[in-house]
Design a protein around this ligand. Structure first.
Ligand code: UDP
Ligand code: MG
Length: 331
C-alpha cells in the first residue's frame, strides 16, 4: 500500500491542554510545548480548553492561536472541573492519538516524544507515572495520596496504579470508546483504566508548578477522591451491611441465651440479667437488622448504578486499527 509522501501522510496528533486560570504560565507552556513538538515527525493540533477561567487565560490563548495555527481555543461556559474539560477535549480531538497534558508544566512536554515512541511500538494507552519521591508535594499530601491508593486498591474492582497521572496518550480506538461513556461523576483516569487496552507506562519527575496557583485544593481533591471511590466500588455501602451482619450474629445468640437462661431454665447460673440488659441486647439486635438491610439495599443500588452508568458491556479493539499508525514516518 503506497501512500503519497507528503506532510499529509504524517499522522495527526491532538494535544489537549485543560486550562483554568493559567494566564501567567500559558505563554511559557506554549513555548516549551512548541519546542518539544518541533522535532517530531507528526502533525499536531493543540486544543486549549478554557475551563471557565476568571483571568486573561482566554485572551492569551487566542493571542497564541493567532501565531500558531495548530492551536484551537475551546471555551467552556463556566468552570466544570478538569475531568470534564479533558472530556470536552477528547470529544473534539481529530488526531489518530491524543495526549493530555497539564498547563502548568508539571507534565514535561519533552516526554511527548517518548509517549509517541511507545505508541508506535503498539501501546494504545501510554500513562505518565509520577516518580515515587514526589518532593514538591508536602508530606501531608503525599501521605494522604498514598493512603488513598492503598484504600482504593483494597476496594476497587480494577487496579489503580499509584502515581499514575492524567498525563496520557490515548490511541484513536481508546478515544472513541471513551467518548461513549455517558456517566456524569467521572474520574478520567479511572475510566481509561477501566477500558483496558495495551498499556505502557513512562515514569517522570513532576516539575514544580511554574506559575499561577494549583486549582485543586483539598476540597476538590476530596470530591474527586469520593467520586472515584463511589464510581469504582460499592464498598462503603457493603461495609454497613457487613457491620449489620456481625452485630446481628452476636446479639441474636446472646439474646436467645439470656431468654433461655432466665425464663426457661430459671437462672441456674445465677446470672441475674436485668431488664435493662435484655432491652440493650434487643436494641443492638434491631440496629444490626437495620444495618444488614442497608447492606442488602446496596446490592440493589449496585445493580441500578451499573445500569445507570450505562458502561459498555465489553470493549473491542478493532483489528483494522492495529496496523494503521505503524507506518514508517515518511521523510
Ligand atoms: N484545571 C482545569 N479545571 C479546574 C482545575 C484545573 O482545567 O477546575 C487544569 C489546570 O489548568 C491544569 C490542570 O487542570 O492545567 C491541573 O490543575 P492543577 O495544576 O491545579 O492540579 P494539580 O497539579 O494539583 O493536579
Ligand atoms: Mg498542577
Amino acid at each position: 500500500m503506497s501512500k503519497p509522501v507528503s506532510m499529509a501522510s504524517q499522522p495527526l496528533i491532538t494535544i489537549i491542554v485543560p486550562c483554568h486560570n493559567e494566564a501567567a504560565g500559558l505563554p511559557e507552556l506554549h513555548q516549551v510545548l512548541a519546542a518539544a513538538l518541533a522535532t517530531l515527525p507528526y502533525q499536531f493540533e493543540i486544543l486549549m480548553i478554557d475551563d471557565g477561567s476568571t483571568d486573561e487565560t482566554v485572551a492569551i490563548a487566542h493571542r497564541l492561536a493567532r501565531h500558531d495555527l495548530r492551536i484551537q481555543v475551546i471555551e467552556l461556559s463556566r468552570n466544570f472541573g478538569k475531568e470534564v474539560a479533558i472530556t470536552a477535549g477528547l470529544h473534539r480531538a481529530q488526531g489518530e492519538a491524543a495526549i493530555m497534558i497539564d498547563a502548568d508544566l508539571q507534565h514535561p512536554p519533552r516526554l511527548i516524544a517518548q509517549f509517541l515512541a511507545a505508541w508506535q511500538e503498539g501501546a494504545e494507552v501510554v500513562v505518565g507515572v509520577r516518580a515515587r519521591s514526589n518532593r514538591h508535594a508536602g508530606w501531608l499530601k503525599r501521605t494522604t495520596s498514598h493512603l488513598f491508593y492503598r484504600f482504593i486498591n483494597l476496594i476497587a474492582e480494577q487496579v489503580v496504579t499509584p502515581g499514575a497521572t492524567d498525563f496520557r496518550l490515548l490511541d484513536r480506538v481508546v478515544i472513541d470508546e471513551f467518548n461513549r461513556f455517558t456517566e456524569r461523576n467521572r474520574m478520567t483516569r479511572g475510566l481509561i483504566d477501566w477500558l483496558g487496552f495495551r498499556r505502557a507506562e513512562i515514569t517522570f519527575m513532576p516539575g514544580q508548578r511554574h506559575a499561577g496557583r494549583a486549582s485543586y485544593g483539598w476540597n476538590k481533591l476530596f470530591t474527586l477522591a469520593m467520586h472515584s471511590v463511589i464510581s469504582l466500588s460499592l464498598f462503603p455501602l457493603k461495609l454497613a451491611g457487613y457491620l449489620g451482619v456481625i452485630i446481628t450474629s452476636i446479639s441474636l445468640p446472646l439474646g436467645i441465651f439470656m431468654y433461655v437462661e432466665k425464663y426457661l431454665l430459671d437462672d441456674p447460673w445465677k446470672m441475674n440479667f436485668t431488664g435493662t440488659a435484655q432491652l440493650a441486647v434487643l436494641l443492638v439486635f434491631m440496629v444490626g437488622m437495620v444495618l444488614a438491610s442497608l447492606g442488602l439495599m446496596s446490592l440493589y443500588i449496585g445493580a441500578i448504578h451499573a445500569e445507570v452508568t450505562n458502561r459498555p458491556l465489553y470493549v473491542l479493539r478493532r483489528a483494522r486499527r492495529l496496523e494503521s499508525h505503524r507506518r514508517e514516518p515518511s521523510a
